[in-house]
Design a protein around this ligand. Structure first.
Ligand code: AMP
Length: 550
């Protein structure tokens, strides 16, 4: 903190300085476009006024069940209008929303629910079999609300207090929400690393409101124009994962039409994209790949032109961006992580590039982008010294912003390791150019160290993905006596009956050596064709498992 003494004037005794609370985001959406709709699959739709009433009814329901400020309430659901209501009602009560990652292994789910000290649970019927065997080990949970798609009889050993719709229907449509300190914790979820137990990441009302404002201004930037009240939004990043990048809060602030797809099934996703005329989605590259490979889209029976997709969570390859562009899909990149709420950068193109054609823009569209408002980024060497913005100097990326998790929940040592010298250490390596544009080269632990050089596995993946016949690729370093490490690649062929050979891929890579983009030892010595590449619970390449399988 600086030692200067700027002038601070007293407020008049009657003045109020309202705290930044999540409930205010909802009020904004209603003022912006109260008649816009919240849609759930092909099953239900209602306007923002009804959305607010349902948030109030859910708050009454939870209060009637004894949920109080400070309690942690877990939600296990697919992406739904119900989940959106939980995003608001639970924190607006002063309670903490724990978005449970339903794709973790049962013992990890148990660990996170115990560690979070959940006292109440909302559970979709699909996840009841998962929770039934765990319930006896979670004695502090006072009750479960069942979320059902249709009202049919349901037998379970869980102590269910009622069905979501039935319970809400009994409640009044106005709740007198309290006001409280903006630094109160609003949300909590768990992120998995390469080692150890999942880590709890939490965000306050103040952080989420500021993140929402930062994201809203970014999404409305010239040339980006992803979201406003005239747009239709559908997430394809699960709501349990960093609040679907916080976009449901941003979409609500702006009053956009919101479409929730439930469980991600390619046919339903495509149906909703078309029927609801979705303008904007966000997802990891794997999900985009799944959508563009869906029969109806690849065969162009369905037209998705005009659909804008923000891709993050992993690097967007030029091959995937080009494939999407050929189908009329406009992809852009953003970068962040669970610990950063998540938004740190978005590829708001420099003016001259924004006016250029797609081919010129392509490499820029696949970079992480510019720090969004209120984010400070540095790329530092191993001594923590900032590196020049020359687009070449590569080091660890570290960040400051008013929405970064201030600690891992109940993890002192890991928290201090995350925050060193006042900066949040991302564990990613990258470079900044003269525009301040960030390019991520790799995770520190995935960088391939060969012959004294660092090779970026992401860059190699991007080049190999451009080889004809390659549908998907993952590159890792494998131990090598002479070089320390050598790159090895797993490749999923487009046509399993006619896969490219390892020689074809290696020959294809020669051009990048000739162009001086990689050294000769960047050509993987081991290339293996596989049916599938292991993915993490949120659809990213699972390099930990790939290492054990190659
Ligand atoms: P998670 O905490 O699971 O959301 O993962 C965050 C990590 O995903 C980051 O630390 C990066 O390694 C990676 N990541 C996110 N966005 C990008 C991007 N645009 N390009 C490359 N890697 C990314």
């Amino acid at each position: 903190m600086s030692t200067i003494t700027p002038k601070i004037l007293p407020s008049t005794p009657s003045a109020t300085n309202p705290p930044l609370l999540i409930g205010d985001l909802l009020d904004s959406g209603i003022r912006m476009a109260g008649n816009n709709q919240i849609v759930y699959r092909d099953q239900c739709r209602h306007d923002y006024h009804r959305f607010r009433e349902r948030v109030h009814q859910l708050a009454h329901t939870l209060t009637a069940q004894g949920v109080q400020a400070g309690d942690v309430v877990a939600v296990l659901d697919w992406d739904s209008h119900r989940y959106l209501e939980c995003f608001f009602a639970i924190p607006m009560l002063g309670a903490v929303l724990h978005t449970v990652n339903v794709r973790l292994a049962p013992e990890q789910i148990l660990y996170t629910m115990e560690h979070a000290e959940d006292v109440f649970v909302l559970v979709h019927e699909d996840f009841v079999p998962l929770l039934e065997p765990l319930a006896s080990q979670l004695p502090n949970i006072r009750g479960y609300i069942l979320c059902q798609e249709a009202t049919n009889r349901f037998n379970t050993s869980l102590p269910i207090v009622g069905e979501y719709e039935a319970l809400l229907g009994e409640q009044p449509i106005h709740y007198a929400f309290p006001t409280f300190d903006e630094n109160a914790v609003a949300t909590l979820f768990y992120t998995t690393g390469t080692t150890g137990n999942p880590k709890g990441v939490f965000f306050t009302h103040r952080q989420l409101v500021l993140h929402t404002l930062g994201e809203a201004s970014t999404f409305q930037a010239p040339g980006f124009a992803l979201l406003n009240r005239d747009k239709v939004y559908m997430p394809i990043t699960p709501m349990f994962h960093v609040h679907a990048w916080g976009v449901p809060y941003t979409a609500t602030l702006l009053g956009a039409t919101q479409v929730y797809p439930g469980r991600y099934e390619p046919e339903m996703l495509v149906k909703l994209l078309v029927d609801e005329k979705v303008d904007f989605s966000h997802c990891v590259p794997t999900l985009l790949n799944m959508v563009v490979s869906a029969d109806a889209i690849a065969s162009r029976k369905v037209d998705l032109s005009g659909w804008k997709v923000l891709v993050g969570g992993s690097a967007l390859t030029q091959a995937l961006a080009s494939r999407a562009w050929a189908l009329g899909i406009d992809t852009r990149s953003a970068y962040g992580m669970s610990e950063t709420c998540p938004l740190l950068t978005a590829d708001i193109l420099p003016q001259a590039i924004a006016e250029a054609d797609f081919e010129t823009q392509l490499p820029w569209r696949c970079k992480a982008g510019l720090p969004v408002p209120l984010v400070k980024l540095q790329v530092v060497d191993t001594d923590g010294q900032p590196l020049p913005h020359d687009g070449k100097s590569i080091g660890e990326v570290r960040a400051q912003a008013p929405w970064l998790t201030q600690a891992y929940y109940k993890e002192e040592q890991r928290s201090e390791a995350l925050w060193r010298e006042g900066w949040l250490h991302t564990g990613d390596v990258g470079s900044l150019d003269e525009h301040g544009f960030l390019a991520i080269s790799d995770r520190i632990k995935d960088v391939i160290k060969t012959g004294g050089e660092w090779l970026s596995s992401l860059e190699l993946e991007s080049y190999i993905s451009q080889c004809p016949g390659v549908a998907e690729v993952a590159v890792i370093g494998v131990a090598d006596e002479k070089w320390g490490e050598r790159p090895a690649a797993l490749v999923v062929p487009e046509d399993p009956n006619n896969p490219p050979t390892a020689d074809t891929v290696q020959e294809f890579m020669e051009q990048f050596v000739v162009q001086g983009r990689i050294n000769r030892w960047g050509i993987p010595s081991l290339i293996r064709m596989v049916d599938e590449i292991p993915k993490t619970s949120v659809g990213k390449l699972d390099k930990k498992r790939i290492r054990t399988e190659i």
